[in-house]
Unconditional design. Structure first.
Length: 150
């Protein structure tokens, strides 16, 4: 299981890095568009275009902030640490799925098995935190039993 946790952790890092590269590319593209746009005779159209680019830049800046937070969360994870309760960095196996408590990176497939990388602030992450093996809870009308925590 340690190897699986290492692979999940690495995939989460790759996910965050890919997101960062995409956002940075968008910022560069928008910056180039802003710099290259010249004042035309269609003044209102020009100002509207600039305003839209500015909004996109602000949105991208917010996304970079979220990515920084995700990197901070990943830096706190010690995958070699084992725990008896669900906490940051644990791999939780339930009767209905397996969850890596880290950052929201979605579905990850490793060795033909599906895992879900979820954050502690996600709805299911909040429910799982602090639970132990054999704890049960109901999620979306389904009874979930925690079978293993590593």
């Amino acid at each position: 299981m340690k190897r699986i946790k290492e692979l999940l952790y690495q995939r989460c890092i790759e996910h965050v890095q890919t997101r960062q590269e995409t956002v940075e590319k968008t910022i560069r593209s928008n910056r180039n568009s802003l710099e290259s746009e010249t004042k035309s005779s269609a003044g209102d159209k020009h100002e509207t275009g600039r305003a839209m680019l500015q909004l996109e830049m602000e949105k991208a800046g917010q996304q970079l902030g979220i990515i920084r937070q995700m990197k901070e969360v990943l830096a706190k994870i010690n995958i070699s640490k084992s725990s008896k309760v669900v906490s940051l960095g644990t791999l939780v196996e339930t009767n209905l799925g397996s969850y890596f408590i880290s950052v929201s990176a979605g579905q990850i497939e490793i060795e033909d098995k599906v895992y879900f990388a979820i954050s502690t602030s996600s709805p299911i992450g909040k429910v799982l935190l602090g639970k132990k093996v054999e704890d049960e809870f109901v999620w979306n009308g389904k009874r979930i039993i925690i079978e293993k925590i590593t």
